[in-house]
Design a protein around this ligand. Structure first.
Ligand code: CAA
Length: 440
């Protein structure tokens, strides 16, 4: 059967950057180390006045199409994943297609367009939809364009303000992919939750601490569900494990949970037994609370061991490089984590062909999905073609006052006229509601 997966990736960051420990924390009266050591964040990307989810998504997609030599005729499906949509009827993919039609020959009349919503996991759900569409043979030889685009802004003063970000990831899903093949097996953990909501409001209502617990609970269920179809996992089966990364500190918790789960009843648990004892087993305890308390104590010990730290540094840490300097991109976040890991492997000269990734996606509300990916032969050329470092370096650093103005500009409830802080270069720009996004 034909392999299907990610054939190309392009990333587009918001053009502004906010220094969290040195600019944001001091004004908020917070210790900079809460950001660097606690949350694992150094800087965040923000959209300039002329950027929004459409321009960022269109810019990423345009770069991808130009680089791969594609025209609209090569693409049979455009799905946008976002939790920052501004239109409850017309999908963001139609706006993006409209932009792309300004610069490519031909049009997307033949393409099925849609918008996927399930908080941050929608990007992965769109990948799954594209995968299923191709596997079902409905693609007529065409590829799918999946675009995850968000401006992840929180109300000022909300604890989430520390974890903001803005950017887009465009991915081409096709047969015989150049980067990764997706596995057929998937595991889910899904439950009606109210940890993070945006019911017809621009900024989310978040119960931050609860959202972290829900993330971990659903991720554990997804891992168990994945194992029920794909068989037992082992920490050393995967070269990298990219997780949804609202901030790197969240992934530190998910990674510890994953390592404990995957290493139970293995030689790793045997080797660690003398140092920290064996993992607690449910049947040893009278109540679930006592069992959970014992697990927590075990994990506190586990994270100090050389075995865990070596694994974390090798398998998890490289997935966080980009996220730690761009913040949360919601639907794009897990796809940044995958890219970050592969980019690190390319820089280190690691041979990744045939190696496996385990990808842990999450969306509040809430659902986690685990699937595996196998790295393909042309992955290195694709990573070498990324210009993310240049984009990150080119961002304009904003002061705290500029941050507040920009935050107001992107607050749909406020009318704020502010001059753009950067000059758009050969990119789509937002020119006002009801008007077409134009290329300048
Ligand atoms: N030095 C070192 N570490 C420090 C520190 C210091 N001076 N000060 C604080 N820290 C540590 C804290 O101990 C904490 O780490 P642990 O969780 O490991 O204990 C970390 O820094 C954060 O500190 P606080 O908990 O005090 O921070 P906070 O109260 O401001 O809130 C938050 C943190 C709840 C994550 C908040 O930023 C938030 O609400 N974020 C938005 C919601 C979110 O991202 N949830 C994640 C799961 S939901 C999801 O993934 C979907 C999505 O994308 C939103």
């Amino acid at each position: 059967m034909t392999s299907v997966g990610i054939d190309a990736i392009e990333i587009w960051t918001g053009n502004l950057v906010l220094d969290l420990p040195n600019t944001f924390a001091p004004v908020k009266g917070e210790d900079p180390e809460k950001y660097t050591k606690g949350l694992g964040l150094y800087t965040s990307s923000f959209p300039d006045v002329y950027e929004d989810i459409v321009t960022m998504g269109a810019n990423a997609a345009k770069r991808l199409m130009v680089r791969k030599g594609l025209t609209p005729d090569d693409i049979g499906r455009i799905d946008v994943a976002t939790e920052s949509a501004f239109d409850n009827s017309k999908p963001v993919s139609t706006y993006i297609a409209g932009c792309l039609e300004q610069v490519f020959e031909g049009d997307f009349r033949h393409a099925n367009k849609g918008e996927r919503k399930f908080a941050c996991i929608a990007g992965t759900q769109s990948l799954d939809d594209a995968y299923n569409w191709i596997k079902a043979g409905r693609n007529r030889g065409r590829a799918a364009l999946v675009i995850a685009t968000d401006t992840a802004l929180y109300e000022r003063g909300d604890p989430g303000e520390a974890t903001q970000g803005a950017g887009a990831v465009a991915m081409l899903i096709d047969e015989d992919p150049d980067i990764v093949e997706l596995s057929t097996e998937q595991g889910y953990g899904s439950m009606d939750e109210t940890d993070f909501l945006k019911p017809n409001q621009q900024f989310p209502s978040v119960d931050g601490k609860r959202s972290m617990q829900v993330y971990l609970a659903r991720m554990r269920e997804a891992l168990e569900d994945y194992e029920s179809v794909a068989g037992r996992t082992h920490p050393d089966n995967f070269e990298y494990i990219p997780f949804h990364t609202p901030f790197p500190g969240m992934v530190r918790k998910a990674a510890l949970l994953g390592f404990r789960h995957m290493s139970r009843d293995t030689e790793i648990e045997d080797e660690l037994a003398e140092e920290i004892g064996r993992q607690p087993r449910e049947e040893q305890f009278d109540t679930w609370d006592e069992y959970e308390e014992a697990i927590r104590a075990y994990m506190d010990e586990l994270k100090t061991t050389d075995a865990y730290r070596e694994w974390y540094d090798r398998v998890i840490d490289p997935t966080l490089d980009i996220s730690s300097v761009v913040g949360n991109w919601y639907t794009g976040s897990v796809h940044i984590a995958r890219t970050s890991a592969l980019k690190a492997a390319a820089e280190e000269g690691t041979d990744m062909v045939g190696k496996k990734l385990l990808v842990g996606s999450y969306g509040s509300g809430a659902q986690a999905e685990i699937h595996a990916e196998t790295v393909q032969e042309n992955w290195l050329e694709e990573m070498d073609a990324l210009n993310i470092d240049e984009q990150l370096d080119a961002r304009y650093e904003i002061s705290f006052d500029e941050y507040e103005l920009i935050h107001d500009v992107h607050n749909h409830e406020k009318e704020v006229e502010v001059e753009e802080l950067t000059q758009p270069e050969e990119e789509f720009v937002f020119t006002g509601w009801g008007r077409m996004n134009e290329r300048r």
